[in-house]
Design a protein around this ligand. Structure first.
Ligand SMILES: Cc1ncc(COP(=O)(O)O)c(C=O)c1O
Length: 387
């Protein structure tokens, strides 16, 4: 299958890559419950593949829970955490998710007052955060997520007031942990386990997601095997102290789907200024916002020809100057009509896409055994709740 023949703009995902990533996680983190973070990509067909691989899902909204249910995820396969939740969303999560990680004292109070269950899980901000951009650092003093350590005494009071039991702890420190960040991740694992020691009834500890992928040619990939070994020795030691009666979880999103996805776009215009040779394409930050939002790098390849390279700036069709996929990038000199492949776009691409400028969302395809099958879906139906 020549993916350059698919109608652009479109996303194309490679099924084999998703399956491989799921299997690697199961191999290197044996016995760990893996909840795929739906926010990375919520296409129903991808969720079905992930379910078939035995993973659960991590959700942050009723819409994501419904997407998981439609893909066949059962309650115990659904983990939920969200900051700034309305009461009705918390009630929905309590009824539909097997694990609900409480993000604030206000949520904890609601949980107790509404009698949502005796057992409760707390999302903790241990003060450690990391990430590829400050917007995705989700631990530490600038993060809006989780219950800070200083608030734990107040949390204990609420727990006591409503006769609750803290049976689980969760944290998520940030996104795109690469080899260089593995130590921070492990430090956060140790810290959360230390907190868990303070809660004798804890029988589940969830260390969140964040596993990264190498976007730039110079990035060093996370060594999952080494990380898995160190993680396992820490969790085994804790489990031993608890007589084995404890489960552990992870919530990877990006790692599962990022490298499976490519955004295909066609060159439709060219122009130059004193600084740039612009190549204009029929997509934009409405379809892949990561470069505009985080300054992210995505590999870009000209699928239509081979030959001499040229340094160009690849711009989208959104009516904003920041709509740039790559600045001064060397690619095979494109001509109008050429198809460009923007790689590593399977995570936080389509799921963050919008209809800004009232342009259509890209179509979606999945490559299976060399054939492309269309899996375009409209998220609208799942997002809207009946009033
Ligand atoms: C609570 C939680 N878990 C997991 C993830 C997944 O992160 P990643 O895609 O970096 O693995 C996120 C991402 O924001 C998150 O907020």
């Amino acid at each position: 299958m020549q993916i350059k023949n698919l109608p652009t703009p479109c996303y194309v995902y490679d099924r084999a890559v998703i399956e491989k990533r799921c299997r690697d996680l199961k191999t290197y983190f044996p016995g760990v419950k893996i909840f795929y973070a739906v926010k990375a990509n919520s296409n129903p067909e991808l969720l079905k593949i992930i379910r078939k691989e035995g993973l659960g899902i991590e959700c942050v909204s009723p819409g994501e829970i419904r997407a998981g249910q439609a893909a066949g995820m059962t309650k115990e396969k659904i983990s939920f955490t969200c900051s700034n939740l309305s009461e009705s969303d918390l009630v929905f999560a309590a009824r539909n998710a097997g694990y609900v990680h409480i993000d604030s004292l206000v949520q904890l109070e609601t949980w107790g007052k509404k009698k949502l269950g005796r057992d409760v899980s707390l999302r903790i901000n241990e003060g450690i955060g990391t990430g590829h951009h400050r917007h995705v650092v989700t631990g530490g003093p600038d993060s809006k997520f989780g219950i800070s350590l200083k608030d734990l005494p107040a949390a204990r009071k609420i727990v006591k007031k409503y006769g609750l039991r803290v049976v689980s702890l969760e944290q998520h420190i940030g996104s795109n942990v690469l080899d260089k960040d593995a130590d921070i991740f492990l430090k956060s694992v140790r810290k959360l386990l230390r907190s868990a020691e303070e809660f004798p009834e804890v029988r589940h500890v969830d260390f969140g997601g964040g596993f990264g992928i190498p976007y730039r040619p110079t990035d060093r990939a996370l060594n999952l095997k080494t990380l898995g070994k160190e993680f396992t020795s820490l969790t085994n030691a804790f489990a031993e102290k608890r007589g084995g009666k404890v489960t552990f979880a992870l919530e990877p999103g990006r790692y599962v789907v990022a490298e499976s996805g490519t955004l295909l776009t066609t060159v439709v215009d060219m122009k130059s200024t004193s600084k740039h040779q612009f190549v204009g394409v029929n997509s934009g930050f409405n379809h892949l916002i990561r470069p505009a939002m985080y300054g992210s790098y995505h590999p870009i390849e000209n699928l239509s020809r081979k030959g001499t390279k040229k340094t160009v700036t690849i711009a989208g069709n959104v009516c904003e100057s920041g709509d740039i996929f790559a600045t001064h990038r060397s690619i095979v000199a494109p001509k109008i009509g050429d198809v460009l492949a923007i790689g590593n776009a399977g995570a936080y691409g389509m799921s963050m896409a919008s209809v800004y400028n009232l342009r259509e969302l890209p179509r979606e395809f999945i490559l299976e055994k060399g054939k492309a099958r269309e899996i375009t879906f409209s998220p609208e139906a799942r997002v809207r709740t009946k009033k």
